[in-house]
Design a binder for this molecule. Structure first.
Ligand code: PBG
Length: 325
């Protein structure tokens, strides 16, 4: 502490009152940043609660429409649809069936809540009897056969009225295959939000209960990424960009903030992040035990995901967070 008067810099000056803190805050959440996931099932009036995801349920199309009206009224950015078909088979036929469950939900939402943005998840794991994301050949997912299914599914979603398609399968070349198929089918204006850096994560546990998509054998590590890798994520993002992705996503979000930041710094497109089911469940579980404050943990987690560079956040907290904003 030499000649200088103690201390000249007092960062606490700018934290003294709520008004000053508001003035200097660097990151602001908005409902329009949030995308709310829905799990759609066949039937009518069906609401099957998902135990590990409080407040979330498998919903039939009529109830999705009802809930989506509320989401729309809250100003939420949009919804993303996951389908749970009645019948699963080796060929994931429900994924690219024009009468499939996501296609039905999409059409109903576009008819009943026309202003609401609808994104569809393009993947096969909810539709295959074995729970893997594509065609099984010799005990592994065959990349190039699976591309055909994905392209058909994306086109079928676009036909049903999807505003954006979001492939989450992690096959090589899928963005290119989907772009070409959409263009061919007369949908050159439908954007692709690619799950570019999707990791083989244990944090998807509750989702697999919700979507009934747990692999019946093995795991997804031959197609989803190793959590240890950063440079590989940048390569995946670069490939998706070359193939025509309009936006890229990182998933999960909170343990992967460095990857979100890298995406933001390296690519001049909107960056998405998926705060996945396990992240949601952890916060809910701790809050239920009285160990953390639900609202504060929710808002802090979302703010930090945005601060890291995600403009679009897929989150099961979309409604609650929008209500608070
Ligand atoms: C489909 C898909 C998954 C999630 C989103 N799309 C599951 C998985 O890859 O096993 C997980 C989302 C979540 O955990 O909330 N492939």
């Amino acid at each position: 502490m030499g000649e200088m008067p103690f201390p000249i810099d007092r960062p606490r000056r700018l934290r003294r009152t709520p008004a000053i803190r508001d003035l200097v805050r660097e990151t602001h959440l908005q409902p329009s940043n949030f995308i709310l996931p829905y799990f759609v099932v066949e039937g009518e009036g069906v609401r099957k609660e998902i135990k590990s995801m409080p407040g979330h349920a498998q919903l039939s199309v009529d109830l999705v429409v009802k809930e989506a009206r509320e989401a729309d009224a809250l100003g939420i950015g949009g919804v993303i649809l996951f389908g749970i078909p009645k019948h699963k088979d080796e060929e994931a036929s429900g994924a690219y069936d024009d009468a499939g469950i996501v296609q039905q939900a999409c059409a109903a939402l576009k008819r009943e809540v026309p202003g609401l943005l609808v994104i569809t998840d393009v993947c096969n794991c909810e539709y295959t009897s074995h729970g893997h994301c594509g065609k099984i050949v010799d005990d592994d997912v065959d990349n190039d056969i699976t591309l055909g299914w994905l392209a058909q599914a994306a086109v079928s979603h676009a036909r049903a009225g999807a505003d954006i398609v979001a492939p989450s399968d992690m096959m090589d070349g899928r963005v290119g295959a989907i772009r070409a198929a959409l263009d061919d089918a007369g949908f050159p204006n439908i954007p692709i939000l690619s799950y570019a850096a999707k990791y083989a994560s244990s944090f998807y546990g509750p989702f697999r209960e919700a979507a009934e998509s747990t692999p019946q054998f093995g795991d997804r590590r031959s197609y989803q990424m190793d959590p240890a890798n950063t440079r590989e994520a940048l390569k995946e993002m670069a490939l998706d960009m070359e193939e025509g992705a309009d936006m890229i996503m990182v998933k999960p979000a909170m343990p992967y903030l460095d990857i979100i930041k890298a995406a933001h710094e390296n690519f001049d497109v909107p960056i998405g992040a998926y705060q996945v089911s396990g992240e949601f469940a952890m916060i809910q579980a701790a809050a239920r035990n009285g160990w953390i404050d639900l609202e504060r943990a929710m808002m802090e987690s979302l703010t930090c995901i945005k601060r890291a560079g995600a403009h679009i956040i897929l989150t099961y907290f979309a409604k609650e967070a929008s209500r608070l904003l």
